[in-house]
Design a protein around this ligand. Structure first.
Ligand code: CUA
Length: 341
């Protein structure tokens, strides 16, 4: 009876475990799947993960199997004599010290080598600066003068990108699991992370260090595009925005921007917030991103209107305040922002 119930419980637990593993590995579209490498650096981690995993499985099976065999073979039974008691066997002690040391050493050497290699950039890699803010990622392209964007990092596919990372406020952590592991963004320091996507595509990321109220809503995207498209993108990003004419529909929203938004948001050539002041995302090519508010929401007029109406309500703790914009101001702003292609 008891054995039956235990057996059923065990089967249930095993099924649940198997199914949860399938949920992680089996669905190719899981946005943050660290077992789906899409470039050489994530591949390197994967190549380390699986051997270590199978070694761990073998150790688990051997140890647990030994426990089971001993438990069953030597269990107490009516009339059974107590088995011979053994204590202290030098040969055994040495053996089961040497074997784990050898296993751990063979794991440690490639792991440490991998960690060192993945956090130093290769020669000729393309530099993108990543700056963490509560709660969004900023990207600057020092090799393309003046190009600054947010939320979506655009990179050339098939080429190594060196992310030079720092933070404007607290600890953050940049994590795009398809492209590499996690690395901290530390105020006052620069940390490096190599990124490379073999194929063009959109790769999802997430801040991976608790950084305040809206940490879970601090997301990132990496959009890898072919090299020629990347150069075109850079050239387009370097261009300033067009000033709307007074009788154009976007003009009203442009005025709202100049009155309400310029303290924190830059739109070249209309204004420029000094980098050492409190900054919100550069909006010069706002519509290029397809996401808003730290990449946790897709762009749509409706989502943007909800966001503008009361940012801290959408994103707890948001430093973009509730500006008490009227519906007319919000509608006008959206018309203007949509011109920033
Ligand atoms: Cu930034 Cu969590």
């Amino acid at each position: 009876m008891v054995r039956n119930r235990l057996g059923r419980l065990f089967a249930l637990a095993a099924t649940a475990l198997t199914l949860s593993a399938c949920a992680v590995i089996g669905i190719p579209d899981s946005p943050l799947n660290s077992l789906d490498p899409q470039g050489p650096f994530a591949q390197r981690i994967d190549d380390l993960f699986w051997p270590v995993f199978w070694v761990a499985v073998a150790v688990f099976a051997l140890v647990e199997g030994g426990v089971l065999v001993a438990t069953l073979a030597f269990r107490d039974r009516p009339g059974r004599k107590e088995p011979r008691q053994v204590h202290g066997n030098t040969k055994l002690e040495i053996l089961w010290t040497v074997i784990p040391v050898a296993i751990l050493a063979s794991i440690a050497v490639p792991t440490v080598r991998g960690v060192l290699d993945l956090t130093e950039c290769g020669e000729g890699s393309y530099t993108v600066e990543v700056i963490g803010h509560q709660w969004w990622f900023e990207y600057r392209y020092p090799e393309a003068d003046g190009v600054t964007t947010a939320n979506v990092m655009v990179i050339p596919a098939g080429r190594e990108v060196c992310a030079e990372m720092t933070s404007d406020d607290v600890l953050h952590n940049f994590w795009v699991p398809n492209l590499n592991g996690k690395r901290y963004l530390v105020p006052g320091q620069t940390t490096l992370l190599r990124l490379q996507a073999d194929e063009p595509g959109l790769y999802q990321g997430q801040c991976a260090e608790f950084c305040g109220l809206s940490h879970s809503l601090m997301k990132a995207q990496v959009r890898a595009v072919p090299e020629t498209e990347f150069q075109e993108w850079l050239a387009h990003q370097a261009e300033p925005a067009q000033e709307p004419a007074e009788d154009d529909p976007p003009y009203e929203g442009y005025q709202v921007f100049l009155n309400r938004c310029v303290q924190c948001h830059t739109i070249r050539p209309f204004n420029e917030v000094a980098p050492d002041l409190f900054n919100g995302p550069d909006l010069t090519h706002f519509m290029d991103r397809g996401v808003i508010a730290g990449a946790y929401k897709e762009y749509s007029q409706e989502n943007l209107a909800t966001w503008l109406a009361n940012p801290p309500k959408e994103k707890p703790g948001s430093f973009m305040p509730d500006l008490a914009l009227t519906q007319q101001e919000i509608d006008a702003l959206i018309v203007f922002l949509e011109t920033l292609q």
